[in-house]
Structures are given as structure tokens and as C-alpha cells.
Design a protein. Structure first.
Length: 666
């Protein structure tokens, strides 16, 4: 039975320089208990479509549609008062991308969860409280009753996202719109949240619209897929249809951008989609994807492709869909491959981390005494010339704290960190900048919006007084060319560039002094898959051309498998396993590493969300367990794991901190 039917939905935004046609003629149907996934690059109109359904668009937006039928009623005919009191947040709920900005920091969790149902007098206060506790338990939050008096800042990211899900369910909605619900979460928490959404959808019979750029999530979780580009749905169909036989070149391009976790040999460069999304101002002429499509002919630039419905129920907007379907079986370009860990010779040690620990002292409350929080605990790592060492682990495990000490942004009080055999604290700050440079996660916030691209990249040269003005300009232009930035960008500002272009600027700024080591903190997590592929290819090219050494912090194991030569796994401040890419990805021995691998959602249409072998939640860092730090979550733990704290020991060329594995090798 149809729950939602949208026909010809369009959204126009009035700007100072004209009208932006952000969403154009979007149509799809959703049945009760069904899930549709909407995918596409940033700016394609995914979120605007959902905001239009919820009437959350700004006053400058104009929404039109032939029909928006929800629960057998045309909701366009509803006045605003009735829509807000009967539909928005009641029958139709939304889970936003970032729970910390969606939850009110000055209201308790209990107040925020019960506010709507109490305002509508849907439940009495005791019943609303009972329902809130029940839903918090259902979404997997321990000690649910005690959480009602807590505030958002007292919960972890995964717990806040679970609260958002529980809050969306308080009114027992018929439709849930989830806008990037797991983007900011670790892979283990992501798998748990997605599994929860699937379970609740089936149990409560809810329809769901899932908006994400993670194609692994889409392939395993949804019933049907809508691929969105430049404000239009360019292809729809079941998950198996779209992923196994795409009819639009944009869909094909997206699939080729995904790193393959199953690949275990020489890997091809990732496929990329050339060009950028067209300007959506003014009237559309021709196919919106024509300027980026390898199949484009003159007809594509002259005629706007109509929406075509095929015999098997699919839709697409492509004049050459038959040819694309014929060529989809062709493999990716393998003319250039990246080197696997086994193919790279180990060079000299350029960064040596030896028995480093870092302890902070924090208070649980205003009146309590300070307690030690061990963020980094006895960590030892060696980074060799021209290798790519990836550090993976859940949020809060100490990755960023360790990286700050490597950059000299935090003091090394226990242990030592050496760059080229010199203690980092003995290296002058100016000289250190010539040895190691960072690339941060968010290209939007790491660039000064008031400086042009040329000024931003030139600034390190000016600070270090390298060359005169003319030679600095030449160096900037050469570096821009190296990272694929046209010279015309020299005088533009960050807000005039796409996300991928901004990240290239950040990379150029890190490279301008030609450092030995580049430290990348989640360099692609804020990017679309198409842009991510470009950046990963670029990093590999720079490593091959300049002999750079990379230290990468990320939770994306697909990225790790594609680019890393060696991997270190971190848990609660400790390194629990290290080894080559192949050893960690395909032959992991530590139970925590194995759980991480199980959490990865590779492309597998209809494969479902895997069950993760983890018991319990992430321990409180202020109250660490005895014995092995991982034993409360380890399903393989035995009595000795609860008593003895394992050491990191080398066996067969790999290091593992696990008593069970070490006993097996004795």
C-alpha cells in the first residue's frame, strides 16, 4: 500500500543574482514498511527534497508539485497550522545528520524527548516518561531511566544519534526521513544504528527515506534506490537493478569511485567523474550530466532527456541508456595501479614514536575531584620513508591526541617522539614545519575565507621567508599544478570552490614547503565518493612522484585498504594490533580488529547489515576495566583476560595485544 507519492516536485531558491532551480521534477513512490535510498553528490538536492516534504525550507524557497500524497491525503492542501500539528514531527519525523547541533544543549534528554507528545496531550507525563525510557532501551542505551536527566554533552556521538532516533519515534510516525544518520559515526556504531533502523522499520511498519552518499549502506539496507544529480532523479530502481545494471552514466561513475575492500592484489586507480556539477541557475538546456559524460553526443547537449520508465519498473533520464548497460561489464581502467604493502620496500625510519603516554585530568562534575584520563597509553610506532601508515580506531581512542603530539601541538611528557632521530621538542618550530605538515578533515573550516587561494598557499613561504615574491608566485603555481588546481584559481576565494577543490588547496598548502611527512586526519570523510576518489588518487600520485611519507587517521577501512601500506589499530589509548595492509584487512587476529572488519559495508546489494561481535558498550575512560581493556566487549574473553593486561608482542611479522592469540602461538 502506497504511503507517500510525490509527483513533479520542484524547489526554486531566490538568490541575489537570480533563481536557483535546486530540485527539478522529482517523482517517486514509497510503500508502507519500505525504504528508499537517495544518493548523489553534495548539492544534488537530496536534503532539499526532504526539507520540502517537512516544510522546513527558508522563506526564499518556492516549492511546487503536481501532487504530494501522504497517508492517502494531499498534504499540499493543508494550511501551515494543521501541517505542523498533525504531520511534521508527528506522522512524519526526521533524523538529522549531526545530533549535537540538532539537540538543545540546555535541555535535558528527557525534556526534549517528551516535549512534543506532552504539548499535543498525546500522553500524560508519567506515560510519556515511560515511553521515552522504553524507546531509549529499544535503541540500545544502557541505564535508560538515568539518561533522561542528562544533557547532550554528557553522551557520546553514538548515544546522541540513538537519542535522535528514539525522539523521532516518540510520536509513532508512519514515515522516517534519515538525512546522513551515520556520517559522523564510527564503523562499529554505524552498523549498530543501521541494524536498529532496519529492525524498527520492520517492527513498526514505517516507511523510510534514507539520504546518504555511502553506497555501501544503500546497497545493503534499502529496498529501492534513487540516484540524484543536479536536482533531478536520474535513475530509480530496486537495489539489485541499480547496482548490478545501472542505466545512467552518473550511477556507473559513482560505483567506480568506491574503494574495494575485497581487493587483495595490485589495485587499479579509483575511477573518477571529471568536471563539476553544472550551474543550476536559469533554464536547463540538454542533459545536465553531458559535460562530464564519456558517452555524450551532440543530441545530449541539445535535448533534455525525459524520464523514461522501463518494462521492469525502473526509471532513468538518459538518451543512451542501452549503450551504457551494454558497456557496464567493462572493468575499470587498470593502466595505473597503486602499490600494495607487499610491493613497497621499507625505507629508513623518519618518525619514531616510543612508549608515548598522555594523561589528562578531568572532573566528572563541578564539585568532584579531578581524575586521570589516560588518552594515549604506552604507544610505540615507527613510520618509514615513503610508506603510508594508517591509524584506525573508534572515536575517543586517542588517535587525535597522538597526532597532536606528532605535530608538536601537545607536549610529550611520557616517552619520546623523534623525527629523523631528533627529539621533537628539540626541533625548532620553523624547522619542524619543514619536516611534517597536516591535512585536516574539513576543508571548509581549515581555509581562511578572507584569503584568496594563492595567498593561502603562499603563506607558509612568506612565514619562512623562502625566496622573493616572484619565486614564491612560481612555486605556488607549480604546486597548484601538481595537485590539479588551474592557475585561474589563484585569485578566487574558498567559497567559490567545490569541496574537492578546497581539499586540494589544503593539500597544496601542506606541500608548499616540501615536507618529508604528511599527517592526514580524516582527509576524505567530509567529501563525496567521487571527490574522495580524486583525492585518494592524488595522494598516491604525490607519494610516487615526491617520495612523501603519509600518516593517515581514518575510520574508513575502504580508504585504508586502498592506500595504506601498513595499519595500526588503536583501542582506549593502546595499539592492539599492527601489520601490513593484507595482514590487518584480510588476516586480522585481535577480536577488536575483527569486529572493525565485520562493520565495513562493502557493496553487496541485498546483503543486509552485518551483526557485530561486540558485547557491551564503549567503556568509560575514567573507569578502565581490569585485565585486557577490551575484555568487557570481547565475546571470546576467558578468565585470564579479566585478570592480566596483555603486552603488545610480535609474532610472524605482526604485533598483537591479545592473550588468546599469544597463547595459540606458544
Amino acid at each position: 500500500m502506497t504511503l507517500l507519492s510525490i509527483k513533479d516536485l520542484s524547489v526554486d531558491l531566490k538568490l541575489a543574482n537570480g533563481t536557483l532551480h535546486a530540485v527539478r521534477d522529482v517523482s517517486f513512490d514509497l510503500d508502507k514498511g519500505e525504504t528508499i535510498g537517495i544518493v548523489g553528490e553534495s548539492g544534488s538536492g537530496k536534503s532539499l527534497t526532504s526539507m520540502a516534504l517537512m516544510r522546513l525550507l527558508p522563506n526564499t524557497a518556492t516549492t511546487t508539485a503536481s501532487a504530494i500524497m501522504f497517508d492517502n491525503e494531499e498534504i499540499q492542501d493543508m494550511n501551515q497550522r494543521r501541517f505542523l500539528s498533525e504531520v511534521c514531527g508527528i506522522k512524519m519525523s526526521m533524523i538529522f545528520q549531526e545530533p549535537m547541533t540538532s539537540l538543545n544543549p540546555v535541555y535535558s534528554i528527557g525534556r526534549q524527548m517528551t516535549e512534543t507528545v506532552l504539548l499535543r496531550k498525546q500522553f500524560s507525563r508519567p506515560d510519556a516518561t515511560d515511553l521515552a525510557v522504553n524507546l531509549l532501551e529499544k535503541v540500545g542505551i544502557a541505564n535508560a531511566a538515568s539518561r533522561l536527566s542528562q544533557y547532550p554533552h554528557q553522551l557520546s556521538g553514538g548515544q546522541r544519534q540513538r537519542v535522535m532516533i528514539a525522539m523521532a519515534l516518540m510520536t509513532q510516525p508512519k514515515l522516517i526521513i534519515a538525512d546522513e544518520p551515520t556520517t559522523a559515526l564510527d564503523v562499529t556504531v554505524q552498523a549498530q544504528i543501521l541494524q536498529l533502523l532496519v529492525h524498527l522499520g520492520k517492527e513498526l511498519g514505517m516507511g523510510m527515506i534514507l539520504i546518504t552518499h555511502d553506497l555501501g549502506v544503500i546497497s545493503r539496507m534499502v529496498d529501492k534506490v534513487g540516484v540524484m544529480y543536479a536536482g533531478q532523479l536520474v535513475e530509480t530502481g530496486t537495489t539489485e537493478q541499480v547496482f548490478n545494471r545501472p542505466l545512467h552514466p552518473y550511477t556507473k561513475g559513482l560505483l567506480q569511485c568506491i574503494p574495494d575492500l575485497e581487493q587483495d592484489s595490485e589495485k587499479p586507480r579509483l575511477g573518477t567523474i571529471p568536471g563539476i556539477v553544472p550551474n543550476l541557475m536559469g533554464k536547463q538546456s540538454g542533459c545536465s550530466f553531458a559535460n562530464r559524460c564519456e558517452y555524450t553526443k551532440e543530441l545530449c547537449t541539445l535535448s533534455v532527456p525525459p524520464e523514461v520508465k522501463t518494462a521492469d519498473g525502473r526509471t532513468h533520464r538518459c538518451l543512451r541508456s542501452d549503450e551504457i548497460a551494454t558497456h557496464i561489464s567493462e572493468s575499470k581502467d587498470t593502466t595505473t595501479t597503486i602499490h600494495t604493502a607487499e610491493a613497497v620496500e621499507q625505507g629508513a625510519v623518519v618518525l619514531d614514536v616510543e612508549k608515548v603516554s598522555r594523561t589528562f585530568y578531568v572532573k566528572k562534575s563541578i564539585f568532584s575531584e579531578k581524575q586521570p584520563l589516560v588518552a594515549v597509553n604506552d604507544v610505540s610506532l615507527k613510520l618509514h620513508h615513503s610508506e603510508v601508515l594508517a591509524l584506525v580506531g573508534e572515536s575517543g581512542c586517542g588517535k587525535t591526541t597522538l597526532s597532536k603530539m606528532m605535530l608538536g601541538l601537545d607536549l610529550v611528557k611520557e616517552g619520546r617522539i623523534e623525527i629523523n632521530s631528533s627529539p621533537i621538542e628539540d626541533i625548532d618550530i620553523r624547522e619542524r614545519a619543514l619536516l611534517i605538515q597536516p591535512i585536516f578533515q574539513d576543508p571548509y573550516s581549515s581555509l581562511n575565507p578572507r584569503r584568496t587561494i594563492g595567498e593561502t598557499i603562499r603563506q607558509p613561504l612568506q612565514f619562512h621567508k623562502v625566496g622573493d615574491k616572484q619565486s614564491q608566485t612560481r612555486t605556488v603555481e607549480k604546486t597548484m599544478e601538481l595537485v590539479g588546481l588551474p592557475h585561474r584559481f589563484y585569485h578566487v576565494y574558498p567559497n567559490q570552490l567545490s569541496g574537492g577543490q578546497r581539499q586540494r588547496v589544503a593539500i597544496a598548502r601542506a606541500l608548499i614547503l616540501r615536507p618529508q611527512i604528511i599527517l592526514c586526519d580524516e582527509p576524505t570523510s567530509a567529501l563525496d565518493v567521487s571527490v574522495q576518489a580524486q583525492i585518494l588518487n592524488l595522494l598516491q600520485d604525490l607519494r610516487d612522484e615526491l617520495g612523501l611519507t603519509f600518516f593517515i587517521i581514518t575510520h574508513d577501512l575502504g580508504v585504508v585498504n586502498h592506500i595504506a601500506t601498513r595499519i595500526a589499530v588503536m583501542y582506549l589509548g593502546q595499539i592492539v594490533e599492527t601489520g601490513t595492509r593484507r595482514q590487518i584487512i584480510h588476516e586480522s587476529k585481535h577480536p577488536y580488529t575483527q569486529a572493525l572488519m565485520q562493520s565495513v559495508l562493502s557493496l553487496e546489494p541485498g546483503g543486509g547489515i552485518p551483526t557485530i561481535d561486540l558485547g557491551g558498550g564503549f567503556p568509560n575512560p575514567l573507569d578502565l576495566p581490569t585485565g585486557c581493556l577490551f575484555h568487557p566487549r570481547c565475546l571470546k574473553a576467558i578468565d585470564i583476560c579479566k585478570r592480566e593486561r596483555p603486552e603488545l608482542k610480535e609474532t610472524n611479522g605482526r604485533e598483537t595485544r591479545c592473550l588468546l592469540y599469544q597463547q595459540q602461538k606458544q
